[in-house]
Design a protein around this ligand. Structure first.
Ligand code: UDP
Ligand code: MG
Length: 200
């Protein structure tokens, strides 16, 4: 009953929600769960807290160069919340899915061998506008064009060794998070400073 009432509240404040009542009532699966706050115009008091998430991965060169801590620090410092983290050697299968749009590019095979050359640290970060903001924090794909102050602008010089990955859209983030993480790898937890960072 409570869930049904919640559903009506949701559709009242967000008529653009296309999900069926059944899917909404079964525990807020994606995309709502993974946060499309930009398509959501309610305020904190209107609706349950729905957060935007993105995939950030420190690539093998970043791990080898021991940059993981500095990269994590930038996202923490900015006010984002870490909700998933793992170190892995990514398989070719995973990477061919992850980079499926680049399969026809001339650099595709060297990209895959670079990405499988060592461990990757994959993370899910959550917060207001995190997809767009993290793209800005990471900087231009080609570090030679990346601004100083961005991760790529500060730590890299060549496009084929650009240290970090960041999802480029809400849809891309959702797809990539599901590819790299199981749902129960991700933690919902409350930051003590949440009202000054993400819930504003
Ligand atoms: N890349 C490359 N050479 C290029 C362009 C891209 O090696 O000329 C690699 C680089 O590691 C980049 C990744 O392919 O990060 C994915 O490319 P995309 O265009 O999606 O850039 P990103 O979203 O990472 O900025
Ligand atoms: Mg990309």
């Amino acid at each position: 009953m409570l869930r049904r009432r919640l559903f009506h509240t949701l559709t009242h404040f967000c008529p653009r929600i296309q999900q069926t009542e059944t899917s909404l009532l079964s525990g807020f699966p994606c995309p709502l769960q993974h946060g499309h706050r930009s398509a959501w115009h309610g305020t904190k008091s209107d609706v349950p807290d729905v957060r935007e998430r993105t995939l950030i991965a420190v690539k093998p060169d970043g791990v080898q160069r021991r940059l993981v801590g500095q990269i994590i620090q930038r996202f923490e410092q900015r006010g984002f919340k870490l909700v998933g983290l793992k170190m892995l050697k990514a398989s070719e299968d995973l990477l061919s899915e992850h980079y499926c749009e680049l399969r026809t590019k001339p650099f595709y095979h060297s990209l895959l061998s670079y990405m499988t050359s060592g461990p990757v640290v994959a993370m899910v970060w959550e917060g207001h506008n995190v997809v767009q903001t993290s793209r800005i924090m990471v900087g231009h794909t080609n570090p030679a064009e990346a601004q100083t102050g961005t991760v790529r602008g500060d730590f890299s010089t060549h496009v084929s060794r650009n240290v970090v990955h960041a999802s480029d859209s809400l849809e891309g983030a959702q797809r990539e998070i599901q590819l790299w993480f199981q749902a129960n790898d991700l933690l919902d937890w409350d930051c003590c400073d949440q009202t000054s960072t993400s819930d504003v």
